[in-house]
Design a protein around this ligand. Structure first.
Ligand code: F6R
Length: 243
């Protein structure tokens, strides 16, 4: 079931997202957080850092699982999702490194990396899963056509996703990896609660497909129609086709 919140500014979107996150953080000392990379959750992570600094909330007992990672670039690459998470959140809170999980995209045995990650994830129940949405309707890196019951797997990125993400690679699509390791749609659906953030006009069609379209693997995010607890936080541009 979807709860949709529409805000005017990015700051309001981030604060509304943090309010949802805060309920989970307040509910127990050791929640399991499913985290995403990309532009959409950055404001939320800033609010979490501010909360840590200003209220003294400790994150030392949280456990985190990220959604995805590029294949073929090392963890210390400036655009790896491992680096992204440290630069945008982990370096500024007191979550110990051993509690942090990001898929390993730089290995000789990708199949094993997928199985190991899914097995580690299955040891826990994710209390809240943060998501963005791709302009092609992907969540994590589950591109159109991906089965709804998929678990952690390798995924070839679409041209559209690589073009969207070229902004992080000097605007050069050729530098964007072609392959990723990603939690599957089935993995994501196991989370107790989903918090999806989308801003900007280029997300309007995908947001419509997720909320109002047919449930189809052509729009992977439409699987969320089957989830019991999804909060979607949008700005007006991303909500332009639904409001
Ligand atoms: C990132 C991820 C992706 C992004 C999506 C939107 O971990 O899983 O699904 O959430 O590509 O990216 P942004 O937020 O940069 O528009």
């Amino acid at each position: 079931m979807f709860k949709v919140i529409i805000k005017d500014t990015n700051e309001e979107v981030s604060r509304a997202a943090f309010n949802v996150m805060k309920e989970v953080l307040d509910s127990k000392p050791n929640p399991v957080l499913g985290l995403a990379t990309g532009s959409s959750p950055v404001g939320l992570y800033k609010e979490m850092i501010k909360d840590h600094e200003e209220t003294g909330r400790s994150y030392k007992d949280i456990i985190t699982f990220n959604l995805d990672e590029y294949v073929g670039i090392p963890r210390d690459h400036e655009q790896s999702y491992y680096t992204f998470m440290h630069e945008n959140l982990f370096n500024y809170i007191d979550c110990p490194e051993e509690n942090i999980h990001v898929p390993e995209g730089n290995t000789d045995d990708h199949e094993k990396a997928c199985v190991d990650y899914e097995n580690a994830l299955k040891q826990h129940v994710v209390d809240i899963q943060v998501l963005g949405i791709g302009s092609d309707g992907h969540i994590a890196f589950n591109e159109p056509g991906c089965p709804f019951d998929s678990e952690t797997h390798l995924m070839e990125l679409t041209e559209q996703t690589r073009s969207d993400n070229a902004r992080f690679f000097d605007g050069d699509i050729n530098q964007v990896p072609t392959l990723s390791i990603t939690q599957g749609l089935g993995s994501i659906m196991r989370a107790k609660k989903i918090l999806l953030i989308a801003t900007g006009a280029n997300k309007a069609d995908a947001v419509w497909g997720m909320l109002k379209g047919e449930k189809t693997t052509d729009c992977p995010a439409s699987i969320l129609q089957d989830h019991a607890d999804v909060t979607v936080i949008l700005d007006r541009a991303a909500a332009s086709r639904i409001a």
